[in-house]
Ligand binder design. Structure first.
Ligand SMILES: *Cc1c(COP(=O)(O)O)cnc(C)c1O
Length: 329
């Protein structure tokens, strides 16, 4: 676990000043630990431009944290001037800002580096849900002014689900020492402190998922983070070229797109997602429904151990499926 912790830190920061704190649990456990442990008595601004930003608001609400929701379009860059106005005019002392790096709902990639500059100006510490950007999209905690980052074993790390983690600046962790905990199990400082002393998690670790994660990190190092992102982006280009050929459109414009997951508009108003899902499922491909309220979309991810070839296979099947609809209409 020490090896895993250090390796994860090294992907985004200097392990002398930053520490990875491991939890058993899915990604939301790490986000919940971060939000509930780090927020103090002052207000937290939470950027909501998709379902995962909204989830952070819901977590803050559960813990009774004083938060300020900054709503931003789901398909466009965060308007920094608006956000700055929100910070200035709130009338509250703001200690933290929480944001999702890559909104897995839509494929929108938020410009965390710009937000880091804004946070620095107002002495605000930044918490980032980097669940589906970590290990592909370049991240440097110090350079981006990120104090706390949450991610998990099963997205771009390509491991098994079951391990999530927070990577944090050690000095910021130490400052949580005398904080009254809001949660017992997800107490970030206690988990950090216990690991520092015993090199163990406080509670039963998900051993099998940790062995898989160790192997996944090995495979990531063999491929390289930059090369992995290149492979993902090549798959995305294949996907988008195919979508255009099939006359399908997607939500987020390329300039703000992660090129990792794509929300595609359903082609007809009475489109039946479930039958498309079942069609692909029978061919060994799992596709996801959309996750934005009021918008009829489905999502295709091109992360994981897949290549452009797999995407081409997917596109052929998609064409067959759409042709089948035409025939039956
Ligand atoms: C996957 C994901 C999560 C966590 O979801 P879990 O189901 O708890 O693993 C959180 N935030 C983002 C942006 C995600 O993509």
């Amino acid at each position: 676990m020490e090896h895993i912790s250090t390796e994860l830190t090294c992907l985004v920061a200097d392990p002398n000043h930053y520490q990875t704190i491991l939890f058993g649990g899915s990604g939301t456990a790490a986000v919940e630990s971060m939000i509930s442990s780090v927020s103090g008595n002052e207000a937290v601004v939470i950027v909501n431009n998709g379902a995962y930003g909204k989830r952070m608001c819901e977590i803050a609400a559960v813990y009774g944290i004083d938060y300020l929701e900054f709503k931003s379009p789901f398909d466009d860059a965060i308007h920094l001037a608006d956000l700055e106005r929100c910070i200035q005019s709130s009338g509250r002392k703001i200690s933290h800002l929480a944001v999702v790096h890559h909104e897995t709902t839509t494929g929108l990639l938020n410009n965390v580096k710009e937000l880091g500059v804004l946070c620095k100006k107002y002495h605000i510490d930044m918490m980032v849900d980097a669940m589906s950007s970590f290990a592909a999209v370049p991240i440097d905690l110090k350079e981006m002014n990120i104090s706390f980052l949450a991610s998990s074993s099963n997205k771009n790390l390509q491991g098994l689900p079951g391990v999530s983690f927070v990577i944090a600046e050690k000095s910021k962790l130490e400052s949580l020492k005398d904080r009254k905990p809001r949660s017992y199990y997800l107490n970030l400082y206690a988990q950090y402190q216990y690991f520092a002393e015993h090199a163990q998690m406080r509670f039963t670790p998900p051993v099998q998922a940790l062995y898989a994660l160790r192997q996944a990190i090995e495979e990531l190092k063999q491929e390289g983070v930059a090369k992995r992102y290149e492979r993902y982006m090549a798959s995305w280009t294949t996907l988008i070229t195919g979508l255009k050929r099939l006359d399908l459109s997607y939500l987020v414009p390329e300039a703000h797109h992660s090129k990792l997951i794509t929300s595609i508009r359903e082609p007809y108003s009475d489109f039946d997602f479930q039958s498309m899902h079942d069609f692909f499922y029978s061919k060994g491909i799992m596709i996801y429904p959309g996750k934005l309220e009021g918008l009829r979309t489905f999502r295709i991810a091109n992360i994981g151990d897949i290549t452009s070839k797999d995407i081409e296979f997917f596109l052929e099947l998609l064409e067959d499926f759409l042709d089948g609809i035409e025939v039956n209409k």
